[in-house]
Design a protein around this ligand. Structure first.
Ligand SMILES: [Zn+2]
Length: 383
């Protein structure tokens, strides 16, 4: 067993990381090891898992055995020498970055390395980027930075040029299926379904395998193309889709919102965060505004996932229409796929896919979600 077993289907990245771990254990460390790393890969490819397993392997006395307490605490983010920063916020502020830089300047307490895992490094503000730069330019011995971002371009060139690059790719359906069976104890049929339906997004696959509500939501989204018959049902479907996404977005951020409110109240000596006194109101207002932004972002993420599911549905429709031999993402919805396939021509399906891409773009550009989705269902009706 190795802590790297948690990484799904990334043979090339693993080879680099395992060599780095071996070199990190030498004195002085070999050339496979360096003090700044950048993990990139599409959403769901497992950037943060890869970074955390690497962190664990660096602080484990056995180079990542996967079962000692060092490995466990490093993976959970509670190891004394592993800092793990992730955010639901839109940006990572210069203050946060400065604190990390201070943290990075201290020597490790129990392990040989101090490791800072910074997820969402693409959300560093320009100032935060610059604050970090200093630490990357003049590294403290035995400090290792592990930055995660969707792509290289998400970071300033000055930062990325100082990092060794680890590229993760979307794992195959077979890799995800195997992982769900072996690591999560999911039964074979469910694992195969979740891997296929998630299109290689591991977190999503795990959610679908474990959570019946996630499966119900997905099924509801996929019934949309057969429910756009009349103008009334089409607009109703649009509204339901958006409302469900808003609800899930709020659900996702509820916990952290509450914690922040309680912490702010404690810090300011306010007794009741629900009814702050006049002198504290502007601080609470500011917090509320930033939480609202975060909730919006979460809603957009949820909605975008729905649209990706819809896109895969129409891709399946196209496969059926042209008699393609590739396997369907939505094999379990074959009756619906066929219904839509027989209703229209491939050209119309292409239009539908374009309309979905268009809606995704609009939503991420902060067009009011309901407007964008209403426009989408009207386009789907026409196709
Ligand atoms: Zn270990």
């Amino acid at each position: 067993m190795s802590v790297f077993d948690a990484v799904v289907g990334q043979p090339r990245a693993l080879a680099v990381l395992q060599r780095a771990v071996a070199d990190a254990r030498r004195d002085p460390p070999g050339s496979g090891m360096t003090h700044a790393w950048l993990f990139t890969g599409p959403p769901g490819s497992g950037r943060s898992v890869a970074a955390r397993t690497f962190a664990a392997a660096l602080v484990c006395p056995d180079g990542g055995c996967g079962h000692c307490s060092e490995c466990h605490t490093a993976m959970l983010g509670s190891h004394a020498d592993v800092d793990h920063i992730s955010t639901e916020a839109m940006t990572i502020s210069v203050d946060t970055a400065r604190n990390l830089v201070l943290e990075a300047a201290t020597a490790p307490s129990v392990a040989r390395w101090r490791v800072i895992v910074l997820e969402d490094a693409d959300r560093l503000t320009e100032q935060a980027n610059n604050a970090l730069l200093k630490s990357l330019e003049e590294p403290t011995p035995h400090t290792v930075w592990l930055l995660c971002a969707p792509s290289m371009e998400d970071l300033l060139p000055t930062i990325r040029s100082r990092c060794r690059h680890v590229v993760l790719t979307t794992p195959t359906t077979a890799d995800v299926t195997r992982h769900l069976i072996d690591r999560d104890g999911v039964d074979e049929a469910m694992a195969a379904f979740a891997a296929r339906a998630s299109m290689g997004h591991i977190g999503r696959a795990r959610g679908l395998a474990r959570d019946e509500n996630a499966r119900i939501t997905r099924a509801a989204t996929l019934s949309l193309p057969v429910n756009v018959g009349t103008l009334g049902t089409a607009l109703l479907s649009a509204r339901e889709l958006v409302e469900a996404a808003v609800e899930r977005g709020a659900e996702r951020t509820k916990g952290v919102d509450e914690t922040e409110r309680v912490e702010l109240a404690r810090g300011m000596g306010v007794e009741n965060p629900e009814r702050p006194p006049a002198w504290a109101r502007s601080d609470f207002k500011r917090l509320k505004d930033s939480q609202e932004k975060r909730r919006k972002r979460a809603t957009i993420d949820e909605l975008d996932r729905d649209l990706q599911d819809l896109l895969a549905f129409y891709r399946d429709v196209l496969v059926v229409q042209v008699g393609g031999r590739v396997s369907l993402v939505n094999a379990e919805s074959l009756p619906n796929v066929e219904k839509v396939a027989h209703r229209a021509q491939p050209e119309a399906t292409m239009h539908a896919m374009e309309a979905i891409l268009d809606a995704r773009e609009k939503i991420t550009a902060y067009v009011t979600p309901l407007l964008a989705v209403e426009e989408l269902v009207l386009a789907l009706r026409a196709s």
